[in-house]
Ligand binder design. Structure first.
Ligand SMILES: [Zn+2]
Ligand SMILES: [Zn+2]
Length: 76
């Protein structure tokens, strides 16, 4: 199957509207989830960005915790 617009192989469907996307149609990637350009530019894009930030922040917290544990061991 190929994208009708770009004649490129499809990479997957938009997680929001379900449209089939080739790499030129992808507006946003989040992990292995794809979103089309239209959805990425709409309010969905803002939601995705907020979720991405939340995830980054969560990962940072985990990193900080790891660092704290390391510090405890370094004190010994
Ligand atoms: Zn979409
Ligand atoms: Zn396309």
């Amino acid at each position: 199957m190929k994208c009708e617009k770009h004649q490129k192989p499809l990479e997957g469907a938009c997680q929001w509207c379900g449209k089939q996307l080739c790499r030129h149609c992808v507006g946003k990637r989040w992990g292995n989830k794809l979103f089309c350009v239209e959805c990425a530019q709409s309010s969905v894009g803002a939601i995705i960005e907020r979720k991405q930030l939340e995830e980054i922040r969560k990962n940072e917290q985990v990193e900080t915790k790891k660092r704290d544990i390391r510090k405890i061991f370094e004190d010994y």
